[in-house]
Design a protein around this ligand. Structure first.
Ligand SMILES: Cc1ncc(COP(=O)(O)O)c(C=O)c1O
Length: 386
């Protein structure tokens, strides 16, 4: 018999994966071109050509590039990343502040493993990436969900403040946001820092800001994603190349810890230790080498912008409401029925349009559509919805 806790979680399921499986079934019946699957955040813009060239070059180098290394990753690659984050954030990181990790998912698990005592709380404001609940629960913590600020889905620092207790250990921020595409302004983040600092004083605690940044470079119309270490004293960045280099299946990213963090030395040692404890051991070796060649490469953001614009225009013409995504590749739209599952099951699925219910992100009454798919799929979806 499998464990009860995993059984319960499996029954609760993941809305994103459930819809994805439905899409696979429908494609078998109707064929690929007739199903408009907007469920998964799996980038379809190819990796930059330099990535494939680097894989080929590195793989044929002949020396032992596939072995273990220190749990934190290769020092020269961590130093490279420390240098980039130092410049971006205006703080002084060294290789010691950086741990290479198995995508953002692996990085978040290592951070929570390093931070959480049983029963400690991690805040997030809805809507949020649903896996956070599992990542926090894995390490004995409790995810506390602050209600969404509608209709703009911005962060609400004052409301967040009312959810902070002496048990609050961390807050997760994710900007550009999955599922809304909203980018938080410097002004909003500075207000949040003020609230967090006041609460730290009130309770005599440290509250870490875990900034989950897989979409950092995917922004439109010149929007700036403010560097968090320049704003928050207790900032931890979790970065991933899944989206920015279209490497989601290769599982490569990093955790960077601000030198201003409380207990920084212990934290910088605990995160690589957690990598080992959790059985990742280290981030994929080959892709650490690839980063050495490709750390400055960029995905084709313009391709996502074209798709975003087609989808926004189509949905607006049909009268749907949503905040304009400033980044990432999702639109989080209000459904015409209060229960979004009613709309998805009775109106979208019969027309082969697949979307993820908002309750999968802690926000019923909405659905998420992903536009990291071919333009034909987006156009087909709009036609079907019309
Ligand atoms: C907000 C957010 N965080 C983390 C992840 C996990 O990313 P990774 O593939 O790097 O583990 C995702 C994946 O979609 C995401 O959207």
């Amino acid at each position: 018999m499998i464990a009860n806790h995993i059984k319960t979680k499996m029954q609760a399921g993941s809305w994103i994966r459930d819809m994805f499986e439905k899409g696979t079934e429908l494609k078998k019946i109707y064929g690929d071109g007739k199903v408009f699957d907007l469920t998964l955040g799996n980038p379809d813009v190819p990796s930059p050509k330099e990535v494939n060239e680097s894989i080929a070059k590195r793989a044929s180098m002949g020396d032992n590039i596939h072995g273990y290394m220190s749990n934190a990753g290769y020092p020269e690659i961590r130093a490279l990343i420390a240098d980039r984050e130092s410049k971006r954030n205006g703080v002084n990181l060294t290789a010691n502040n950086v741990t290479m990790c198995v995508g953002a998912a692996g990085g978040l698990n290592c951070v929570f493993k390093a931070l959480l005592n049983p029963g400690e709380e991690v805040l997030v404001q809805a809507p949020y990436f649903v896996q956070y609940g599992g990542y926090v629960d894995n390490h004995g913590g409790k995810l506390i969900v602050v209600p969404a600020k509608v209709p703009d889905f911005d962060l609400d620092p004052n409301l967040i403040g009312t959810y902070i207790t002496e048990k609050t250990k961390a807050i997760i921020i994710n900007s550009p946001n999955n599922p809304t595409g909203v980018v938080y302004s410097r002004e909003t983040l500075e207000k949040l820092e003020k609230v967090l600092t006041e609460k730290e004083k009130e309770f005599g605690t440290d509250i870490y800001v875990v900034s989950d940044e897989p979409y950092r470079e995917i922004v439109y119309d010149g929007v700036e994603v403010p560097p968090v270490m320049d704003i928050f004293h207790n900032a931890i960045i979790v970065y991933s190349y899944s989206k920015s280099l279209s490497l989601a299946g290769e599982r490569i990213g990093y955790v960077a810890i601000s030198p201003n963090c409380a207990d920084v030395e212990a934290l910088c040692a605990a995160v690589p230790f957690a990598t080992r404890e959790l059985g990742y051991t280290n981030a994929p070796a080959l892709f650490q080498y690839v980063l050495k060649d490709c750390v400055d490469c960029q995905t084709d953001v313009d391709a996502y912008k074209v798709r975003r614009d087609i989808l926004m225009k189509g949905l607006r013409e049909l009268g749907y409401e949503f905040p304009e995504p400033q980044g990432a590749f999702y639109i989080f739209m209000k459904t015409p029925t209060e229960d979004e599952n009613e709309f998805i099951n009775n109106y979208c699925l019969p027309r082969n349009v697949l979307a993820v219910p908002g309750r999968g992100f802690g926000c019923p009454g909405y659905m998420r559509v992903a536009y990291c798919v071919a333009e034909e799929t987006i156009k087909g979806a709009i036609k079907a919805l019309r």
